[in-house]
Write a protein that binds this ligand. Structure first.
Ligand code: ADP
Length: 454
């Protein structure tokens, strides 16, 4: 890159130098020519007037006009074209001038100018002629060096200047290219913001910085994805292990009881009790399988039902009614408070959420306890809260109760018919509705679960 910049600067310098020289010559030379022509015209006028006033004598005393006579050729041609005066040549040796361009033209128009180039093209002669009253023609001529000759005659100094200019351009181009390239090569691409670069490089450094940030964001995203995927696969493994375990326990019981009956070991009167146990375990299995199905449907977003307008208050009322038997069995009092509050929801999922919360508030309550269900709007968000005066949850367990199969007290949960999936289903259902869940609890005081919809 340095070489390219160096060559660029060098060529530009040389081109500028050469074109400046040509421009100067091109502008100066024509103006010099036109000034000379003007002078010649003035001088021919003066000479003409002098001759008309004093005759040929005037020309003979041309020494008076030394300045003119020295540098220019003055010629007087009579009406027949014969040269009767010439400041430079012997008139005897000069041929008839009547056919000279400027003489012919001046004879016709009174005034003429002609330019003739020497054979070598190195000089040009400018002639200005004027017709006098007696039809004679006074002519003044001057020789000017041509632009080509001017260039050739000054070729030595021009070449010298060119060499100096080239050397200067080489030194400067080298310095400038080093100055431009060095900071680029020294850019720390890993930490572009730390680079102290000149203004023109700022956009490049900013671009590198942006690209680095984009790259980092992608790496972070990939890392998060990998972590999530690993977590997910661990969850799945754990879930499968848990499911197998949870299914195996009731199935083993069922198989054991059935085997005893089959072998005739059980007395006739004990058969209903054993059959009852088989029934209970089978019910447990049915509930468990049902919960697993619900959870996997929510997991895969496989619920195709559309969201519709549902009144939270009304739904709560129905569910509390549905749970009336089990709440009354334990003498638990339900209070529903609030007002009709409509939300957009998928009915079976919403019912599942509320059912699980209310069911837990009975299962983990004390006999004669209370459950307060409240429906309303807070800060523009519809909410439902289910508060009980039950056994409460320890702070340590609070974080984990929404995990699959997590139970604070496994045997107690089993006793009350829990599967360990209820709150997990709630959590997924809440996420499905873009809602939030908050659990507040104190051991032996009670639990309050609040769900806020958007
Ligand atoms: P389960 O089917 O066992 O009830 P959940 O997922 O619904 O499973 O709840 C997980 C655990 O959280 C329960 O086993 C219980 O220990 C605790 N829990 C849930 N709700 C309450 C509540 N209202 N009061 C006290 N503990 C609760």
């Amino acid at each position: 890159m340095k070489d390219k910049i160096f060559r660029g600067i060098f060529y530009v310098a040389i081109i500028v130098w050469v074109s400046s020289l040509l421009l100067i010559l091109g502008v100066m030379y024509p103006s010099y020519t036109s000034q000379l022509e003007k002078d010649l015209k003035t001088e021919v006028e003066i000479l003409g007037s002098g001759i008309e006033f004093a005759g040929l004598e005037y020309l003979n005393k041309i020494e008076l006009n030394r300045s003119i006579a020295d540098t220019k050729r003055i010629t007087l041609v009579n009406s027949e074209g014969i040269v009767i005066f010439d400041s430079k040549y012997d008139i005897e040796k000069l041929d008839n001038h009547s056919q000279r361009e400027e003489i012919k033209e001046a004879r016709e128009d009174g005034f003429a100018m002609d330019v003739r180039y020497s054979d070598t093209m190195s000089k040009k002669n400018i002639y200005v002629a004027k017709k006098l009253e007696d039809n004679s023609i006074i002519r003044i001529g001057s020789t000017q060096i041509t632009i080509l000759a001017l260039v050739l005659s000054t070729i030595q100094p021009i070449l010298f200047i060119l060499v100096v200019a080239m050397v200067l351009s080489l030194i400067l181009a080298n310095r400038i290219s080093v100055h431009i390239v060095k900071p680029i090569n020294e850019i720390d691409v890993e930490h572009p913001s730390l680079n102290n670069v000149y203004g023109e490089l700022r956009p490049l450094v900013n671009k590198i910085s942006d690209k680095n940030q984009e790259k980092q964001a992608k790496i972070d995203e990939l890392e998060v994805n990998v972590v999530e995927k690993t977590k997910e696969s661990e969850y799945r493994k754990e879930f499968t292990a848990n499911v197998s375990h949870e299914l195996k326990t009731p199935l083993t019981s069922i198989s054991g009881f059935a085997e005893i009956i089959k072998n005739g070991i059980v007395k006739e009167e004990d058969i209903p009790r054993f059959a009852g146990k088989i029934y209970d375990e089978a019910q447990r299995l049915i509930t468990l399988v049902g919960d697993i199905i619900k959870l996997s449907q929510l997991d895969e977003n496989a619920v195709l039902a559309k969201k519709e307008k549902i009144d939270l208050y009304n739904t709560c009322e129905n569910i509390i009614d549905h749970l009336r038997d089990s709440s009354e069995k334990r003498n638990i009092d339900f209070t529903l408070d609030g007002e009709p509050t409509e939300i957009m929801a998928v009915e079976p999922i919403l019912e599942e959420i509320i059912y699980n919360l209310c069911d837990n508030s009975i299962k983990y309550n004390v006999d004669g306890g209370k459950v307060y269900v409240k429906v309303g709007t807070d800060d523009g968000r519809a909410f439902i809260s289910v508060r009980d005066t039950g056994i409460g949850i320890d702070t340590e367990d609070l974080e984990r109760v929404c995990e699959r199969f997590y139970r604070v007290n496994k045997s107690h949960s089993k006793e009350v018919g829990g599967t360990g999936l209820g709150l997990s289903i709630v959590k997924h259902g809440v996420a499905y509705h873009n809602a939030t869940i908050a659990i507040e609890s104190e051991v032996d005081v009670g639990t309050n679960i609040i769900i806020k919809f958007n």
